[in-house]
Every structure is written in C-alpha cells, then in structure tokens.
Design a protein around this ligand. Structure first.
Ligand SMILES: C[S@@+](CC[C@H](N)C(=O)[O-])C[C@H]1O[C@@H](n2cnc3c(N)ncnc32)[C@H](O)[C@@H]1O
Length: 232
C-alpha cells in the first residue's frame, strides 16, 4: 500500500519517487573506474580549494558531502583538517578509502546520504560540496540548506562547486517534475544560484573554475562555478 502524506518528509519522498533512484544511479556510475569522467582521471583537489587554503582558509573540523573518490577530502586532511567525508555510493567510498590509505590521509568516511546523516549541531568549521548540489532535485534543496546551516559553527564557511550553464541545461524547477528528469543535473546561472544562498550566507568569492589540463596536481573545469560562502 502506498504511504499516506502525514509529514513534510512524506512529500519529499513522494517527489523523490517521480525521479531516478539516486543510490542505484550512483552505484552504476562508479562501476567502471576507467570511464572518461573528468574527475575520475584527476586525483588532485579542485583548483579553487587549493587557492582557498593558500589564501588562509583554515578548514579545521570539516565535512565533505558527496566526496566521491576522495580527491578533496584527502587534500583537506593533508592540510590539517579533521575530515568527515560522506557519499551515498559504497563504490565511491571504497575507492576514496583506497586513495586515502595510499596517501596516508586520516579521514572518517561514511557511506550515507546527506539526508540521513546524523551530526552534532554546529560542529563544522568548513563544509565542502564539489559536484553534488547540482544533481539534487529542487525539492531537496531546502533540506540541503537546513542541514548545512545546522551543521556549521557560527562564522563557518561553505565551499560549493556546481554546474554553470555550460555544464548542464538550465532546466527550470517546475520543468524537472513535468519531465520527471533532472537531465544529468541542473546548470545554474549566477543569479539562480545566489538566490538560493543569499539570505543565509555572504559570498566571499564567486567565480568560474579555471580549466586545468591533465595530468596535473589540480583539478579544474570551466563549466563549473566555484563559490566560497560564510554563514550569516
Ligand atoms: C559529481 S560526483 C562528485 C564527486 C566528488 N565530489 C569529486 O568531485 O570528485 C557527485 C557525488 O555526490 C554523491 N551524492 C549524490 N547524492 C548524494 C546524497 N544525497 N548524499 C551523499 N552523497 C550524494 C554521488 O554519489 C557522487 O559521488
């Protein structure tokens, strides 16, 4: 029998049901490590993240969400952060843990969805998301924002890397549900992205990621926005 809608979370789950099942999708995505996916080839951190640290960001207690094969978590741990790194996909976490072992980086990995993640409120100095947010359906953005706000310490920082409109189609929110598809992720304009975060965060930096040719110690693609924010 179908579940009744008794709580707000039931509405979110009903809307989830209109779209592809994320865990199944991401496990399939990581099936073949030799695929031509830009961030499969690169092992280095995002170029913007390296700049933040160079410019004095002290990540401290850090949470990486949607950490994938661990490039950024490893970099942050190597730069003195105490890192919790989570991802929905077991295959991604296994890959990340292998890389972390090889680099002798001490990271607390968790295979769990952000939406099921239990954390001590206001624990993190820094939260980082490289490439997860643009894969979320619009109805999950509000919960996403609530979680980030509840997990950050006062004055905490939030780094986000997400598709610009060269990275994916700028599908409007309502269209996602009419089409029953995220079409491989949402490409955000600057205005659309800032409208989501501007009430709760100050933007410290907002720019396109620099394209970095591989092989390199850094990762960079110019179809992505990079943003560094501070909670208000
Ligand atoms: C484009 S990949 C980016 C991976 C990694 N951050 C990188 O840049 O190398 C997006 C990641 O988000 C993860 N993801 C998607 N939805 C998630 C959720 N609700 N909770 C945790 N991780 C999620 C996927 O499994 C995938 O590893």
């Amino acid at each position: 029998m179908e579940k009744a809608i008794l709580h707000h979370n039931d509405i979110l789950e009903m809307l989830d049901g209109l779209l592809r099942e994320p865990k199944l999708f991401w496990e399939g995505f990581y099936e073949d490590r030799d695929k031509e996916i830009p961030f499969f080839k690169a092992e280095g951190p995002d170029e913007n993240l390296a700049v933040y640290v160079q410019n004095g960001l002290q990540p401290g207690r850090t949470l990486e969400i949607g950490c994938g094969p661990g490039r950024n978590a490893i970099f942050l741990a190597k730069n003195g952060a105490k890192v919790d790194a989570i991802d929905l996909s077991e295959k991604a976490i296994i890959w990340a843990a292998e890389r972390a072992n090889k680099s002798q980086a001490d990271i607390n990995f968790g295979c769990i969805s952000l939406f099921d993640f239990n954390f001590e409120p206001h624990t993190y100095d820094f939260i980082y998301d490289s490439g997860m947010f643009h894969h979320l359906p619009p109805h999950r953005r509000l919960t996403y924002l609530e979680i980030i706000k509840a997990a950050l310490k006062p004055g905490g920082k939030f780094g986000l890397v997400c598709f610009n409109t060269d990275g994916a189609l700028p599908t409007p929110d309502w269209e996602v549900y009419r089409l029953r598809s995220l079409k491989g992720g949402i490409g955000y304009t600057e205005d659309r992205l800032k409208a989501i975060f501007k009430d709760d965060f100050n933007f410290l930096e907002f720019r396109k990621m620099k394209k970095i040719l591989q092989p390199s110690d850094l990762f960079g693609e110019d179809f992505l926005w990079t943003c560094l924010m501070e909670i208000k």
